[in-house]
Design a protein around this ligand. Structure first.
Ligand SMILES: O=C(O)CCC(=O)C(=O)O
Ligand SMILES: [Fe+2]
Length: 241
């Protein structure tokens, strides 16, 4: 556990590490009010609106794992990147574990690198990603309010991927993505092919313990959450650009 570093030294260590790879992990004694300080040292923290609430209501720190919300709760969260390329363009996703129970089962955060993605995809799939816009619909609440976002999934110039991979069949999806001019099932198959290629090449599962700090480079990777089936974990999150 790192305890003798101050928060700015920690940020410098993380930033140096993140130049070479797509995530940084350590254990460190932090309080919830120090997380935005760390985010500030790494970039510009982004305030995000609460789900289902007025967009004007924005928070810097998001709590994960406490309620039943499909995004911030305990359930499965398929692979995705955070943000929308515009207002929320996210560089770093900072996650810190305030508490986790000993008997915890599941709840791992999964990370896979998207480095050189063009080299590992079939040509037809790569062309879909680079030539067609995708529209993702996000379910905002149980009353079937949706928010839609249209974007280019992969931008070769910046090598940045933005994607919301499909929920497994049988799960209630909280987002779904369709490529311009393609059917729902062809869009789904294309994303499943990308996800399989990326996760086959690189895969890391973080098993949370109290005081774990994980910083994910959102422009170099995708991340997901395994369902938490027993116990609890309380994680706080700040994103920055
Ligand atoms: O709960 C997790 O493990 C990850 C949640 C997530 O995707 C996020 O905070 O952006
Ligand atoms: Fe996320």
């Amino acid at each position: 556990m790192l305890c003798n570093l101050d928060i700015h030294e920690l940020a410098a260590l993380a930033a140096q590490h993140l130049q070479a790879t797509h995530f940084f992990r350590t254990r460190y004694c932090l309080t919830s009010s120090q997380l935005p300080v760390l985010a500030n040292a790494l970039g510009h923290p982004i305030r995000v609106p609460h789900r289902g609430q007025d967009e004007a209501y924005r928070d810097q720190v998001t709590h994960l794992g406490l309620g039943d919300d499909p995004i911030t709760g305990k359930g499965l969260l398929p692979f995705h990147t955070d943000g929308d390329r515009g207002e929320y363009k996210t560089r770093y996703l900072i996650l810190y574990c305030l508490e986790a129970s000993e008997d915890k089962q599941g709840g791992e955060t999964l990370i896979a690198s998207t480095k050189n993605i063009s080299g590992i995809l079939p040509t037809d799939i790569y062309q879909i990603l680079t030539r067609r816009d995708a529209t993702t619909r996000f379910r905002l609440d149980a009353e079937n309010h949706f928010k839609s976002l249209t974007y280019r999934v992969y931008e070769p110039e910046s090598a940045s991927l933005m994607a919301y991979f499909p929920y497994p069949m049988g799960e209630t999806p909280h987002w779904d993505t369709i490529f311009e001019g393609l059917s729902v099932s062809t869009s789904r198959d294309a994303l499943i092919c990308v996800e399989a290629a990326v996760t086959k090449r690189s895969f890391y599962a973080h098993h949370w313990r109290k005081h774990d700090l994980l910083i994910i480079d959102n422009e170099k990777s995708i991340h997901a959450r395994q369902p938490l089936t027993r116990g609890f974990r309380h994680i706080i999150r700040v994103i920055c650009r």
